[in-house]
Every structure is written in structure tokens, then in C-alpha cells.
Design a protein around this ligand. Structure first.
Ligand code: C2E
Ligand code: MG
Ligand code: MG
Length: 704
């Protein structure tokens, strides 16, 4: 191998010919050397630059804190990388991607600083032009009606394909006019900008927010599976929007009201759906503002609903034998063991076909019909479980019951009576799932019921949809539950949104500290499973294993079932905590590159539902992991530092590709993703080597 130390001429040529501008400064940050590219970028001659501080190029676009953070990072890590706006000799602004390294040759000598920069002004300009495209609202930069129409078409196509729902929501601010009247339009505009930011931070990446008019916004919330899914987002949104706004020295409070309608129950053009959402909004406004309501909802509209049924209809369906149970498997992905099934109700409607719970459960919420349905479900599930046990399939079966049903005085007596009809069934295989909802307010009653179930009948309880309720910590601390089920919305979305990932991570750690089983629902891909294993969660449920299966097919399905080898293999590879953490990082890298690839390949139909560009840099899973790893000292500092540096390179490459794509230059974006892939492979091979070493260490420790 060539030793560059012995060939200073080569080093000098690299310095001279580099297409990156390079400068070297002394310890006082005065320039002592620079190459031609740097002179070309800045417009100054070498003589004009030497002896001066690079701050002579300062554009004034960055504040003191920016530079203070930069120098602090250099002090701590030895290097810094970021985008900087400077000004050339002609006074023109230019943007550069700058890397500064501190070079300490010997401990007793003062350091040198080496700055390397590439001019990214063109890319930035393209980017800015794009923002101004006619598709965006000029004040808030949100999509306008044109783009909304386009997003709507894509969203309903996806809904049909994935059998999901889409909520079209009309959001209107309560009393926005007085803000403009009192503080002026400038403040009103700033408030709208701040509010837009809050909306964007609250909804998910796959959702769209659009400014419809002055203080009106239309939201498209996709990938919904239940009304709760939707209301959870909307309630959160109302809460976030009602926090005070600090604008130009004024503290302003403002509320919002939302009306929404749900596709595919409400079918039609975007215009007609917006119209329905708007009508519903009007009713919310009339009934006291600051609330949400669904189109056709009987609580507000006294009209017959187009997509939900009334209570007597549901009741007669129960007696007519039209209800069915489907069963979704729960799997231990560490050892491949099938642990049980969750019973999920469906209505085999004689005319409308098979109806999902969302289509009829909201109507019977907290009513006698809900109680009747719950009892039917218990009896039916026990009947199936007994039959399977007789066939030698000893699996748990769980049923969903509302806290409302559990809190009714006679629940335990009624349940005991039903159980008496199954004298030969081992009830320790039966489990109740309670929804984490407001109804859990009656904590002490629920607590007694859960305890009685366990003590008198040997029936265990799981807390369903964990994380969506109000006081999860006190629930987990107070209720004698056996397991928690992490809500599917967080799990499903955890590869897209680091915040959802953080929620899943905290629920796992919370459950582990309270010695409670934790099941992740909504595991839609094997990647979800691999990542969950690295996070210490072994029990899963989701489409990656199986969709819910009709009761009659469960036996045959279970006999044929083979656990995914990839997951068993993943678990086998995790020899210690450090390995699981590093594997987690490798999976994140994989996901990130995959997202970028899919975004760039024009043929991918869901490229628009992937994570937004900024997540590739400031807020990525990998960044979050690195921060935590540095903080917790999972691995040696030098190794983390190297990974950090190489990852920063990779993320810059990816975001450059995305910028090119945004500028319409698909050809170069596709070329550039190949460079990113090479960088990814380089980083991954270093990680693989480290994993090998960690595994060796772990096995050595085992031997000793
Ligand atoms: P849940 O108890 O949280 O049930 C899980 C739901 O998530 C089921 O929807 C299931 O099909 C769906 N799911 C499971 N894995 C995945 C996945 O990987 N991806 C996606 N996108 N979805 C997944 P389902 O059957 O529509 O049930 C919805 C909700 O209806 C249930 O949520 C539960 O709250 C309620 N429900 C269902 N059956 C009953 C019942 O018999 N009684 C009561 N009270 N509620 C029920
Ligand atoms: Mg459930
Ligand atoms: Mg659930």
C-alpha cells in the first residue's frame, strides 16, 4: 500500500486539485493555507485570504449561537459538519457544506483547523424555487387545493388497496377574526404559521394538511383502521392547537373545531367529502365550538346515518346469528411458538357482506347492546377454544371487552355463569383485553374485577391499545394485569416516525420494569419484528404473521404455520445488549436507505407516503440512536464517533438525492442513490465487523 507520508507531492496535488475548497488555519483560526477551489468559491485571491479569519466571509445569516455550537462540537468531538451561508467578495450569498476538523499533531503543540467545503448554492436555489411552485400556499407553505386533489386521489387508491380508511377533516379556528382585528394581520399571519407548524408536528407523515381558506384547513388522515385511530389524532390536535401562542410579545389563545367524514363509508368526490365535513363542522360550532364530530354521527346529527347502524339493528343481528369471530394469532418470535389468538368480531350482514367492527361498534358504545355483544363474544370464543383444546391445540384465546362492561355490577357473576357451561376447559388459557380508554377512570372498580377474574376464575387480563389512553403509568402500576398490548398505530408507524419508535421503546421498558408481558400489535413487516426483538419485545401480532382468520380455518392454519425463519435467526444473533443495540442501528440504516430508494424509484406507488426529507437528517432514527448511544456509552466513544461521521456522510448523500429529485432531476437522483448505497455498504461492513467482535467477546464471557 502506498504510504502517503513518503509522498508529500501527492498530498500537495490532492490539496491543489480537490474540487472541494480547503483551508488550513492556525490555532487562532487565521488562514495559513488555502487551495484554488477555495479562492474560486470565495472570489478572493490567496493573498487577500492568508492571515485573515474566515469570519471575513460571514453572511450574517447565522447567529452567535450557531458558531458557538459549532466550536463546542469541534472541541468535544474534534470535528463538525453542517451547512453554512457565506458571502463572496462580490457580496453575493453562497451556501456551502462545511466540514471542520481539528488537527492536533502533538499534545504540546497548538492545533490546526482544516476546513473543507463544497458549494451547494445551486441545489439550495432549486430547492427554494420548488417551494414556490404553484402547489403550495404562500403563507404557510402547505399544499393548496390543487395539490390536495392529487393527494386525495392517491390516498383513496391506497385505501382501496390496503382496505384502510381515510378521514377528510375540515378544521376551522374558533374566533380567529378578533386576533386580526386586535393585533393586526401581521400577528394573525404569524399565528397561522405557528399553528401550521403545530398541525404538521401532530399529524403523521402519510397525512396531508392543506390550507383551504383564511383560517380553514383540510386534513387527509390516512391508514386508519378505526374511529378511535382518527379521533386520537384529532383530539391530540385540538389539544396542541389550544396551547397559548407567544407572538410578537402577545400571548394569544385560540381554539379550533373539526368536522370529519370517513371514506369508504362516505364515497364521492373530494369536493363532496369536504362539503360533508364542513356541514359537520358547522354543527360543532353551533353546539359550543372546540370539539370534533363525525359526519352522520347520531350524537350530534339526529339523522339516520349512512354508514353506521342503529342499536336495535345490531341487537337483532346478534340474535339472528349474523355475528362471527375471526381470530388473529399472537406469536413468540424469539422461539416461533404460537401463543394464542385474539377474537375479533365481524358482522356477516345479509346484504352488505362482512362488516368490520368500526362499522357497527361505535353505535353501541356504552349501551346494553354492547353488553349483549360482549357476552355473545365470550361464549363463542370459549366454544372455539374448547374445541381447539380437544384437538390438542392448547392455545390462549383473548376477547375484547370495554371497561364499561367490566364496571357493570354483575359482570363477574355473569362471566362465572357462562364459564360453568365449559366445565372441562382450562380457563387459564382465556384472557380479557380491556381497552385503555376514559372508561378506565373507575380504576378501583376495574381493579377489583380484574382481581376477581384471576382469583375466582383463573382468567387473566391484558390492557389493550396501550399508549393511547390518558394515564398509562398509573394503569400499569395499579391494575393487576398480566400483559399490555402496544397500540398498533405506534408499532405500525415506528419505522416512519422516530417519535412513535420512542413510544414503543418506552412502553417496552415500562412493562419490563413492572414485570408485565408486552405484545406489539400492528407488526406489518418482518423488519418490524426484527427491530422489536432488538428492543426486547418477543410477543407480536400483526399482518406480517397473519391477518385475522375465520374461526373455522384456525385449526388448519395452525397446523400449517411455520414461524418466519428470519425472525428466529435475528433472535439467535442477539448475544448481548451491545449486540442488540448495534443491530438496531444497522436495521435503522437499512430502513432509511430503503425509504430513500423507494422515494427515488419513480415506479414505487407509495413513494409519497414515506418519511419527509428532513427526517433523513435532523430527526432520523439513526440520529436518535447515536445521541442515545453517546449518552449511555453503549459502545466505545471512538467507534461511535466513526459511525457518526460516516452516517453524517450517508445522510448528506441521501438528502442531496432527495433535493435533486425535488428539482425534477430524477436521472441524477437515481445515479446519486448508487453513491449513497456504496457509502451504506461501507458503513454496514464496519458494523458487521464490530458485531463479530462483540459476539466473540460475549461467547468468551460465557465460557469464562
Ligand atoms: P384491537 O383489539 O386493538 O384489535 C386489533 C385490530 O388491529 C384488529 O382490527 C386487527 O385486525 C388489526 N390489526 C392487527 N394487526 C394489524 C396489522 O398488522 N396492521 C393493521 N393495519 N391492522 C392490524 P379489527 O378487527 O378491525 O378491530 C378493530 C377494533 O375493534 C379492535 O381493536 C377492538 O378495539 C374492537 N373490537 C374488535 N372485536 C371486538 C369485540 O368483540 N368486542 C369489542 N368490544 N371490541 C372489539
Ligand atoms: Mg384487542
Ligand atoms: Mg389493540
Amino acid at each position: 500500500m502506498l504510504n502517503l507520508k513518503n509522498h508529500p507531492v501527492i498530498l500537495e496535488e490532492i490539496f491543489k486539485r480537490s474540487q472541494e475548497g480547503i483551508i488550513v488555519t492556525d490555532e487562532k483560526v487565521n488562514i495559513i493555507a488555502c487551495n484554488d477551489t477555495f479562492c474560486r468559491i470565495t472570489g478572493y485571491s490567496r493573498e487577500e485570504l492568508l492571515g485573515n479569519n474566515p469570519s471575513m466571509l460571514s453572511s450574517g445569516k447565522h447567529d452567535k449561537d450557531f458558531y458557538a455550537t459549532m466550536w463546542q462540537t469541534i472541541k468535544e468531538n474534534g470535528w463538525w459538519q453542517g451547512e453554512v451561508w457565506n458571502r463572496n467578495k462580490l457580496g453575493e450569498f453562497y451556501a456551502e457544506l462545511l466540514t471542520v476538523n481539528r488537527l492536533q499533531l502533538t499534545p504540546d503543540q497548538p492545533p490546526f483547523y482544516i476546513g473543507m467545503m463544497s458549494d451547494i448554492t445551486k441545489m439550495k436555489e432549486h430547492h427554494a424555487t420548488l417551494e414556490k411552485l404553484a402547489h403550495y400556499d404562500s403563507l404557510t407553505a402547505l399544499p393548496n387545493r390543487n395539490l390536495l386533489e392529487d393527494r386525495f386521489e392517491r390516498a383513496i387508491a391506497k385505501c382501496d388497496r390496503m382496505q384502510e380508511m381515510l378521514a377528510v377533516c375540515f378544521l376551522d379556528l374558533d374566533d380567529f377574526k378578533p386576533v386580526n382585528d386586535t393585533y393586526g394581520h401581521f400577528v394573525g399571519d404569524l399565528l397561522l404559521i405557528e399553528l401550521t407548524q403545530r398541525i404538521k408536528n401532530t399529524i403523521r407523515e402519510q397525512d396531508t394538511a392543506s390550507r383551504y381558506g383564511g383560517d380553514e384547513f383540510v386534513l387527509l388522515l390516512g391508514e386508519l383502521h378505526s374511529r378511535q385511530d382518527c379521533e386520537m389524532v384529532l383530539n391530540k390536535l385540538l389539544h396542541v392547537l389550544s396551547e397559548p401562542y407567544e407572538i410578537e410579545g402577545h400571548s394569544i389563545n385560540i381554539g379550533a373545531s373539526i368536522g370529519y367524514t370517513v371514506y369508504p363509508f362516505d364515497r364521492g368526490s373530494l369536493e363532496s367529502l369536504i362539503d360533508h365535513a364542513d356541514q359537520t363542522l358547522y354543527r360543532v360550532k353551533n353546539s359550543g365550538k372546540n370539539g370534533i364530530s363525525m359526519y352522520g354521527d347520531t350524537t350530534l346529527a339526529n339523522q339516520s346515518s349512512r354508514f353506521s347502524f342503529n342499536q336495535p339493528e345490531v341487537l337483532s343481528a346478534i340474535s339472528a346469528g349474523e355475528m362471527r369471530l375471526h381470530f388473529q394469532p399472537k406469536l413468540n418470535i424469539a422461539n416461533g411458538e404460537l401463543i394464542g389468538f385474539e377474537a375479533l368480531v365481524r358482522w356477516q350482514h345479509p346484504v352488505k357482506g362482512l362488516l368490520m367492527p368500526l362499522e357497527f361498534l361505535p353505535t353501541i358504545n356504552e349501551s346494553d347492546v354492547e353488553i349483549s355483544l360482549g357476552l355473545w363474544v365470550i361464549r363463542e370464543a370459549l366454544t372455539h377454544m374448547q374445541r381447539w383444546h380437544e384437538h390438542g391445540l392448547k392455545l390462549t384465546v383473548s376477547v375484547n371487552l370495554s371497561a364499561y362492561q367490566l364496571a357493570r355490577g354483575s359482570f363477574i357473576e355473569t362471566l362465572s355463569k357462562i364459564c360453568q357451561d365449559f366445565p372441562n376447559t382450562d380457563l387459564s388459557y382465556f384472557q380479557i383485553e380491556i381497552l385503555e380508554s376514559h372508561a378506565l377512570d373507575e380504576l378501583s372498580t376495574i381493579k377489583n374485577v380484574i382481581r376477581a377474574c384471576k382469583e375466582q376464575l383463573n382468567i387473566t387480563t391484558a390492557l389493550d391499545d396501550f399508549g393511547t389512553g390518558y394515564s398509562s403509568l398509573s394503569h400499569i402500576r395499579t391494575l393487576p394485569i398480566q400483559s399490555v398490548k402496544i397500540d398498533q398505530s405506534f408499532v405500525r408507524n415506528m419505522l416512519n416516525d422516530p417519535n412513535d419508535f420512542k413510544i414503543v421503546e418506552s412502553v417496552i421498558s415500562l412493562a419490563t420494569s413492572f414485570d408485565i408481558d408486552v405484545i406489539a400489535e400492528g407488526v406489518e413487516s418482518l423488519k418490524h419484528g426484527q427491530i422489536l426483538l432488538c428492543m426486547g419485545c418477543k410477543l407480536v401480532q400483526g399482518y406480517a404473521i397473519s391477518k385475522p382468520i375465520p374461526a373455522d380455518n384456525v385449526l388448519a392454519w395452525s397446523c400449517d404455520f411455520i414461524a418466519p425463519a428470519l425472525l428466529l435467526e435475528e433472535y439467535r444473533k442477539i448475544s448481548c445488549l451491545r449486540v442488540s443495540q448495534l443491530r438496531l442501528f444497522a436495521h435503522f440504516l437499512d430502513v432509511e436507505l430503503e425509504h430513500a430508494r423507494r422515494r427515488i424509484l419513480p415506479s414505487d406507488p407509495i413513494r409519497r407516503t414515506l418519511r419527509p426529507d428532513h427526517m433523513f437528517r435532523e430527526n432520523s432514527h439513526c440520529r436518535f440512536w447515536l445521541k442515545k448511544a453517546f449518552h449511555m456509552h453503549f459502545l466505545e466513544h471512538t467507534f461511535l464517533h466513526y459511525v457518526d461521521q460516516e452516517y453524517t456522510r450517508l445522510s448528506h448523500l441521501i438528502s442531496n438525492c432527495l433535493t435533486l429529485l425535488k428539482c425534477g432531476d430524477e436521472t441524477n437522483a437515481v445515479k446519486d442513490i448508487q453513491i449513497a448505497e456504496a457509502q451504506y455498504r461501507k458503513l454496514l461492513s464496519v458494523i458487521d465487523k464490530k458485531l463479530d467482535r462483540l459476539n466473540q467477546d460475549a461467547s468468551m464471557n460465557l465460557v469464562h
